[in-house]
Design a protein around this ligand. Structure first.
Ligand code: SF4
Length: 261
């Protein structure tokens, strides 16, 4: 079924259409539609940034931001877990090894315990400090290969939304350099986090990407809690979009932590 709709973005509307799945559908199953919408928003805002003389400087082969604490919604975690399970044995084992080594390195840097103590969630200063500590642990995302994202088409929304306009060299240490970026009027990652908060009574509504394998072992299917026909699920998503506070007044990526959180 083809659906046409308009997404409120900033002061305007983004017209969109999508082929909806037939039959019982979950929020996780419409992620490809959400990712396409996110790409359209980012494309529009990036174009505006270029016209304003501050083009996005992110390029393939620059993975500096892939050493940050990356938030992943439960629904994206579910999709990535399913994808990992479909991989050939040797590829899956390679990725599992990288996740394992990343967790060990974060444990040795005493970052894991800080992540698990959720008190930082409600405190911006502590959130920034955690982002800095994580970055200083210098642990690359397990999906980073040759400084490029090996899961680019299905990378988390938070990765897509991190758009830098300052020189790439500054991203080598955003804890001391002032990294400048694009202000997005709507972040679809936040919409998914809100669904996650409602489901799991979790103050974040997301997990750190580096916890993906451990999370996947729990066999969680969060998407099933937001389900219906394809049209119903899309309507629920769009209703949540309409209820989201605007991110228009938030600072863009422009912190000394350069954080995605
Ligand atoms: S998922 Fe891809 S873009 Fe996101 S941090 Fe990992 S390697 Fe980088």
């Amino acid at each position: 079924m083809r659906a046409t709709f308009a997404l409120p973005v900033g002061g305007g509307l983004l017209n969109a259409s999508a082929n909806l799945p037939v039959g019982q559908t979950t929020l996780t199953q419409i992620l490809p539609i959400i990712q396409t919408l996110e790409n359209a928003i980012i494309g529009k805002i990036s174009e505006e940034a270029e016209q304003a003389g501050s083009p996005v400087s992110c390029r393939a082969g620059c993975g500096a931001c892939c050493r940050q604490l990356v938030p992943v919604s439960f629904f994206e975690a579910e999709a990535l877990t399913e994808w990992l399970q479909m991989l050939p044995e040797d590829r899956r084992a390679e990725l599992e090894g990288r996740f394992h080594r990343a967790l060990l390195a974060l444990r040795d840097a005493e970052v894991i315990e800080k992540i698990l103590d959720l008190r930082w969630v409600k405190n911006q200063e502590e959130t920034t400090q955690l982002a800095i500590d994580y970055f200083h642990a210098a642990v690359a995302c397990p999906f980073l290969e040759n400084e490029s994202c090996s899961i680019h088409p299905m990378r988390p929304l938070s990765c897509r939304e991190y758009l830098v306009t300052s020189p790439p060299a500054l991203c080598q240490d955003p804890s001391v350099n002032q990294v400048a970026g694009v202000r997005l009027p709507l972040k679809l990652s936040r919409v998914l986090y809100t669904f996650g908060q409602q489901l799991a009574q979790d103050p974040r509504g997301w997990i750190p990407l580096v916890f993906l394998l451990a999370w996947g072992k729990g066999g969680e299917k969060p998407g099933e809690h937001v389900s219906g026909t394809g049209e119903e699920v899309l309507r629920k998503f769009l209703k949540q979009v309409a209820e989201m506070p605007s991110t228009e007044n938030e600072p863009p990526v422009q912190t000394q932590a350069g954080q995605m959180l």
